[in-house]
Design a protein around this ligand. Structure first.
Ligand code: ATP
Ligand code: MG
Ligand code: MG
Ligand code: MG
Length: 439
């Protein structure tokens, strides 16, 4: 992409309404524009990052054997009356009527609708296990939408639902989700710690939240610092292997790590004092096992091996896709701007032409641009007729991992400058070497 043709409405001033770094930087870098309280338009660069996060989620869901579907945003109230949640959900649910006076709602989550799909099509235990998921916009009329996309009213969520014959199988689905989430967040350059949590309006007994540590997080968290040494890495997982998934879950959940809702002072005090941490965290996902809470009232049964109908055991699993954009920035930025992790960066490298219009500089930039593209990478070429200082400031703000600076003086010696956004270190080298270094 050439910056002269890209819609990147960078703001010079810091927007007064933004209280935290990620919100400020997303506005300044022209990633989002508020449409109304807690509802945003996603501009090209924000949208690109959102799509990258979605792709990682899709790839990891596929790896775990889950089926993507797409359910509608507007749902009939009838199903929610069946489960009893139409009355229970309260003011967070946005309700409306169509022209015939029928009650509709904007989905805040989708346990009811997915259970209806299941009961209409699945009748035998032989069709289990089954996990359906979607990435879809949700609406919750939050009392205090704030921090930009971190607590929006409309937000993008991956929501997945497992259907199993027995509690044991459903707990395997729970463990499998925990494992796949660890992999998912690490690919985004994040450490998200699974913490024992409270189930809230979804219901159920078993639940973990995934939290990214950040001072601006809304949850208070208590944990054993040994947990931050754990890495999922590139280990191979057989997602059908119950024992293997359970072992990973045990490895990642045996240390003390809880949110304020479930915090237990006595247990925490058993952690060696030098490893006890009290901090703040951003909830980027949550997994639940809730058994037959929905299948029973909604009649989602299958015929068991003995021919008798049994209600299926279920769980649901959420990832805050749009919140993650903010959470990643919260975890990775400095005073000059965003520092994108490789896995989600909107472009792999920025090319800064110090003297636009200079025949050699222009030709060198074009050549680098094409070589990077030929390698399957996406460069952002700042081909505007602007001063170097302004170009550098924009690149620092939008936080691409690499910057290649090209100018007539360097070219006379056959070199360009390669700068790492994360370390700030620069090195001069021939253009081909810079391209190879990025690849
Ligand atoms: P919170 O405690 O932050 O209100 P939640 O526990 O109500 O979140 P869940 O029902 O667990 O949310 O939904 C799954 C995920 O969706 C959350 O872990 C979070 O990452 C994301 N999410 C929830 N509410 C919002 C929101 N208002 N804006 C953006 N993302 C959200
Ligand atoms: Mg909530
Ligand atoms: Mg929560
Ligand atoms: Mg939650």
């Amino acid at each position: 992409m050439r910056l002269s043709r890209y819609f990147l409405p960078v703001l010079k001033e810091t927007p007064a309404e933004a209280q935290i770094a990620s919100h400020r930087l997303m506005l300044r870098a022209g990633m989002i524009k508020q449409a109304t309280a807690g509802i945003y338009s996603w501009l090209p660069m924000g949208f690109k990052v959102l799509r990258k996060i979605e792709n990682i989620v899709h790839e990891e869901q596929a790896r775990a054997g889950h089926n993507p579907i797409q359910m509608p945003i507007l749902q009939s109230a009838d199903l929610w009356r069946e489960s009893g949640r139409y009355d229970d959900y309260g003011a967070e649910m946005l309700r409306m009527q169509d022209r015939h006076g029928r009650d509709l709602l904007y989905t805040p989550t989708a346990e009811e609708l997915v259970t209806d799909i299941f009961r209409s099509h699945v009748g035998s235990y032989r069709d289990l296990p089954l996990t359906l998921y979607q990435i879809q916009w949700k609406f919750r009329d939050e009392v205090r939408p704030r921090f930009g996309v971190m607590r929006g009213r409309e937000f993008l969520m991956k929501d997945g639902y497992n259907f199993d014959l027995t509690k044991e199988d459903a707990l395997h689905a729970y463990n499998r989700h925990l494992v796949s989430y660890l992999r998912t967040y690490e690919r985004m350059g994040l450490q998200a710690i699974p913490m024992r949590a409270d189930s809230g309006p979804i219901g159920g007994d078993d639940t973990h939240e995934f939290l990214v540590l950040a001072d601006t997080g809304e949850s208070e968290v208590f944990y054993d610092s040994a947990i931050t040494d754990l890495k999922f890495g590139d280990r191979e997982i057989d997602y059908d292997d119950h024992a293997q998934c359970r072992a990973v879950l045990e490895e990642f959940t045996s240390r003390y790590a809880r949110t304020d809702e479930t915090h237990d002072e006595a247990l925490f005090n058993a952690v060696p004092e030098d490893r006890r941490r009290v901090a703040r965290g951003i909830e980027v996902g949550q997994i639940f096992y809730f058994g037959t809470k929905y299948s029973e009232p909604m009649g989602a049964t299958v015929q068991g091996p003995d021919g008798k109908p049994v209600p299926v055991h279920m769980g649901s699993h959420g990832i805050g896709v749009s919140r993650l954009v903010g959470a990643i920035i919260e975890a990775s930025h400095d005073e000059r701007g965003i520092i994108w992790p490789e896995g989600v960066t909107p472009f792999h490298a920025g090319i800064v032409n110090l003297k636009q219009g200079d025949a050699e500089a222009d030709a060198a930039c074009e050549a680098i641009y094409k070589s990077l593209q030929a390698l399957g990478l996406e460069p952002l070429y700042d081909d505007r007729d602007e001063r170097a200082g302004g170009k550098f400031a924009t690149m620092d703000l939008i936080g691409l991992p690499w910057r290649i600076t090209v100018g007539p003086r360097g070219l006379r010696n056959g070199v360009v400058e390669l700068t790492s956004r994360r370390t700030g270190e620069s090195e001069e080298m021939p253009p081909e070497d810079a391209v190879q270094r990025i690849a």
